[in-house]
Design a protein around this ligand. Structure first.
Ligand SMILES: Cc1cc2nc3c(=O)[nH]c(=O)nc-3n(C[C@H](O)[C@H](O)[C@H](O)COP(=O)(O)O)c2cc1C
Length: 304
């Protein structure tokens, strides 16, 4: 492996030593046993809510032919526990900590952004605007461009760190929402969360997910996400973090070539706990083989 390979990328003022990081909800401290966190581009723990909540009714996960459906919900021990226990545990590593924030109203997002976005050990916020807004009749915040812009701009005003908007793919035009988030001042866009999905057991005729519907992740969604990254990169100039179905270094490179600056790994880690670090190694090998000295030269390099 050549030593001069440059893998650093920036998301706003946030500098990552390489573009690979976990996806929220698929990464926790227990993975310390499998991988060296110091090798990752960033640490992204599960979304945190203000108050503790138990998550959704079981069963909450089922397998599909090329992925999984989950409706974990935002199972959370609440903000106080996060600040007292989780943040100090992640802060032991010399890697940026991106706090994923989930909330039930714009006001609550702003309140949490103010607390988390001014904490000395938190380096960026990822606003999970893909979760349902209870006041909005279950519609995700990120399905509405006006709410997206308002929420991001208010959170930006109170946070002292880069703010990343995690978009939902369950919209007619991801470009419309991405433009709204950029207008609101987002420093980056995570494209995207899971696709709303359903599976039924034909013997019992019951849904396989207790909540009836859940979010589809894994290889099945990757081509859809690659398309969305490409579309968003055409209309936005802020960095994109690709997320959805990445199982290998080749998948991550596909997203980078489509326009992503960084890539998150979720479902792959459930299958192979060392998937994230394996992918980092595979990217180095590719750069070496293709004489790419700087990963940034690959971003958006798709030839149409
Ligand atoms: C079990 C599970 C739990 C998840 N929890 C969260 C979460 O708390 N917050 C969030 O923003 N996304 C959550 N996600 C979505 C992932 O971060 C990611 O967007 C999605 O799984 C697509 O990436 P993948 O195909 O690489 O898994 C979860 C996904 C799974 C599979």
């Amino acid at each position: 492996m050549k030593t001069q390979l440059k893998t650093e990328v920036n998301i706003g003022s946030l500098s990552l030593k390489n573009p690979i990081m976990p996806a929220s909800g698929a990464f926790g401290l227990e993975m310390e046993k499998a991988i060296d966190f110091n090798q990752l581009g960033a640490l992204v723990p599960k979304s945190i809510t203000k108050l503790s909540q138990p998550g959704n009714v079981k069963p909450r996960v089922c397998e599909t032919i090329a992925g999984m459906i989950n409706s974990i919900g935002i199972q959370s021990k609440g903000l106080d526990h996060y600040l007292e226990v989780s943040v100090p545990a992640f802060a032991r590593y010399n890697v940026p900590l991106i706090a994923s924030v989930s909330a039930e109203s714009v006001e609550e997002f702003v309140e949490m952004s103010s607390i988390l976005g001014n904490h000395p050990n938190i380096d960026a916020l990822e606003l999970n605007i893909s979760c349902p807004n209870l006041k909005g009749d279950g519609k995700a915040f990120g399905m509405d461009p006006y709410i997206t812009e308002d929420l991001i701009s208010k959170s930006k005003r109170v946070a002292n760190v880069p703010v990343i908007a995690k978009l939902t793919p369950n919209v007619t035009s991801i470009q419309e929402i991405a433009i709204a988030a950029e207008r609101g001042g987002a420093d980056g866009l995570t494209v995207a969360n899971t696709l709303l999905a359903m599976a039924i057991d034909v013997e019992t005729r019951k849904p396989l997910i207790g909540n009836v519907m859940g979010g589809l992740s894994g290889p099945a969604i990757k081509p859809i996400i690659v398309r969305m990254i490409y579309q968003v990169a055409k209309v936005c100039s802020i960095p994109i973090i690709g997320c959805g179905g990445v199982m290998s270094g080749k998948d991550a490179l596909e997203m980078i070539i489509a326009g992503a600056k960084a890539v998150q790994i979720g479902t792959a880690s459930f299958i192979n706990p060392t998937a994230i670090t394996d992918i980092i190694t595979e990217i180095h090998t590719y750069m070496d083989a293709h004489q790419i000295n700087n990963i940034n030269d690959l971003v958006g390099s798709v030839e149409i």
